[in-house]
Every structure is written in C-alpha cells, then in structure tokens.
Design a protein around this ligand. Structure first.
Ligand SMILES: O=C(O)C(=O)C[C@H](O)C(=O)CO
Ligand SMILES: [Zn+2]
Length: 278
C-alpha cells in the first residue's frame, strides 16, 4: 500500500503554475496498478482517494500508519466503486460481491479490507474515496440498480448523460461522503454542463471506461481564470471548492464523482454561465 500526499493550492497560486506543476497538484495517475493498492492523501478537505486492481490474488489495506490512527478507517468512512470486472471486497471478514458499477459503503471503524477479482483476464478496478466521519454506520453494498439516477443534458448539445447517486442521503446515508457515477450517452462528449462551483464542498473525478488512446480535456480553475488538464483512462482530478469541474472527451467515457465538505446538499451549487468563463 502506498500513500502519496497532496497539499492542494489556492486559486492565486495556480495563475503561475506551468502544466507540470498543475498536473502534480491536481491530477492523480497510476491508481490501478496490477496487484497493488495506491492511495493519495489530499489536504483538500482531507479526502483520500485510492485505487486497487487485484489480478490473480487478493490485496489488502487497513493500516493507519501513514495517517496517525490505528487503522486507515479508525476515524473515516469510505466508498469503494468497482469500475471493472466482478470482484469481492471483504471488510473485517464480511464479503461483498461488487459487479461493475456497484459501490460499497464502508463505515468508520473497519480495520481490514481485502479485495480480489473473480477473473484475472477481467480484473476488478476498485476506486476508493475516504473522508473523515463522525459516526459509525454499517457497511452496505449499493447495487447499480439501487442508485438514484437522473437523466441530464441534451444530445443536440452533445451533453446527454445519466448521473447515478450511490452514497447520498436518499440512497445510502453517510456522514459527509457523497459518491456517484455519471455515464455519457453515446455521441455526447461534455460533462457537467452548465458548469458550477460549490463553495461548501470539494469534488474529485475519476474518469474511466475510456479507450487507451482517448483523452478528456478537463477544465478547472475559477470561472474567470480557467486551466485545463489532459486526462487519460483511470486518472483522477481534484476540484477544490473554488474550482469549476467540467470536461469533454475525444471518445466514450464515464466518471466517478466524490464530494465532501460542509454539507451533503447536492443542489447547493452556484451555476456558472458559459459567458462567464475565461
Ligand atoms: O455530469 C454532471 O453534471 C455531473 O456528473 C456533475 C457532478 O456530479 C458534480 O459536479 C456534482 O457536484
Ligand atoms: Zn460539482
């Protein structure tokens, strides 16, 4: 298990960032390495994001040595989304089978998580978001069919998409984590249109189901001072509260979004008119 640390940046800093620096602070790559678990501790609302791609055996995590608590989840909750083939996640001896696009909520206090794929030629890709939690809630699997889905956008504007809420007060109540998956409709390219910011929550995206040669042009920054990141399959991007988050892909894609902060009000956002973007 590896734990990288990102300290985050403020909006004035990024005005002077070159491409390399911007990528270092806001882009997390190599999340899904064979038979490894990699975490990144961000100081953006203390969200930890991680990935694991077990192939033939199982891989486990749970130690809190990197973060100063007995266990990684001694004071945290976690969402685990399976972006690949079917796999199993076993939390302190209790096993949950995650098919593609199922999400497991792991409550505060879990000590050991063991993940495995059912078939090495179609490995599971477990993507994790973890945030500080104030209560112990039971672990629960949220199947794809149980998520609350919303159809958004318009094919004529190339932004039709289906947004599915998994860890959300109406589906799987948590302490402060929100997590869901957005799938772009065939032929649509743009996500999160029109864009928005949410002062009371940060957000992280993990783009997946992309062909290796495709890329997302992800836009970030304050509306009047945007920057872009070129993002590949399996990469995650951090979006602090002050940043827009939107993107367009050169081919089909989906993404997991995770949020935490002051509240869990999905609609507590400030829309940004496209004419405001610079
Ligand atoms: O395509 C979308 O729109 C989204 O998926 C939006 C994200 O869920 C989001 O930004 C939530 O604040
Ligand atoms: Zn958002």
């Amino acid at each position: 298990m590896t734990m990288k640390v990102l300290y985050g940046a403020n909006p004035d800093d990024i005005k002077a960032f070159d491409t390399q620096r911007l990528r270092r602070e806001f882009l997390v790559s190599n999340l899904f390495m064979p038979d490894a678990v990699s975490f990144t501790y961000t100081h953006v609302d203390r969200l930890i994001l991680g990935g694991a791609m077990p192939m033939t055996g199982s891989v486990s995590f749970g130690s809190g040595a990197d973060i100063g608590t007995p266990f990684l989840l001694s004071a945290r909750e976690m969402g685990i989304a399976n972006l690949g083939g079917t796999g199993t996640a076993t939390v302190d001896g209790k096993s949950f089978v995650l098919e593609n696009r199922d999400v497991l909520y792991v409550g505060r206090g879990a000590q050991e998580v063991v993940v495995a794929s059912h078939a090495a030629d179609k490995p599971a890709r477990f993507y994790m978001n973890s945030v500080p939690a104030g209560a112990d809630l039971p672990h629960r699997l949220v199947k794809k069919a149980e998520a609350k889905a919303i159809e958004l956008g318009d094919a004529k504007r190339s932004n039709r998409r289906r947004l599915a809420m998994y860890i959300h007060p109406e589906v799987m109540p948590s302490c402060l984590l929100l997590m869901g998956i957005t799938d772009l409709a065939e032929g649509s390219a743009w996500n999160t249109m029109p864009p928005h910011v949410h002062e009371r929550r940060m957000e992280a995206y993990c783009y997946f189901d992309m062909a290796p040669e495709d890329r997302i042009v992800h836009l970030m920054g304050q509306p009047e001072e945007t920057r872009h990141l070129i993002v590949a399959d399996g990469d995650a991007v951090l979006s602090p509260a002050w940043s827009i988050h939107m993107g367009a892909g050169t081919g089909p894609y989906a993404f997991v979004w995770g949020m935490t902060g002051e509240n869990q009000e999905y609609n507590d956002v400030t829309p940004v008119a496209l004419a405001e973007l610079k």
